[in-house]
Design a protein around this ligand. Structure first.
Ligand code: DAT
Ligand code: MG
Length: 137
């Protein structure tokens, strides 16, 4: 089923010059990029984006990390792209993410309190539409 997802290339990936590599993997898999912009996130955007994590010990470090430099936001479209991009990204913790994935190949645990894991991808059709509104509304 064709669907869309919201992808964020996080400040660590942008700072390391990995934007092209992430987008290359996305396109090589056959997904289409239908919107793309680099921006400095606002605290309001991050509060909305990470509302589910409010109150957790890593919440404030996560917000601070996401404010530490520009991010690239993208909308990607394709058959089962939500699950497909999360599969490309790999599991949350870079050290143990599978080799072959973005986090597994390119990430390691640089954050003391938060996983600086290069990318975000929506986890459901509902969160994708919600997050697209936050970043492209
Ligand atoms: P994912 O990004 O794999 O969907 P998530 O939605 O559970 O993971 O968490 C959002 C981000 O918060 C994640 O990319 C990194 C950070 N994070 C999550 N769990 C964490 C933890 N236990 N310790 C440190 N950072 C964490
Ligand atoms: Mg998530």
């Amino acid at each position: 089923m064709t669907e869309r997802t919201l992808i964020l290339i996080k400040p660590d990936a942008v700072a390391r010059g990995l934007t092209g590599e992430v987008l290359r993997r996305l396109e090589a898999k056959g997904y289409r990029i239908t919107a793309l912009q680099q921006l400095q996130a606002s605290t309001e955007q991050l509060a909305a984006h990470y509302a589910e994590h409010e109150g957790k010990p890593f919440y404030q470090p996560l917000v601070d990390f996401m404010l530490s430099g520009p991010v690239v936001a993208a909308i990607a479209e394709g058959d089962r792209v939500i699950e497909g991009f999360r599969s490309l990204a790999g599991s949350t913790e870079p050290t143990t993410a599978a080799p072959g994935t973005i986090r597994g190949d390119l990430g390691r645990d640089w954050g003391e309190k938060v996983q600086k894991n290069l990318v975000h991808g929506s986890d459901s059709p509902e969160s994708a539409e919600h997050e697209i509104g936050i970043w492209f509304g």
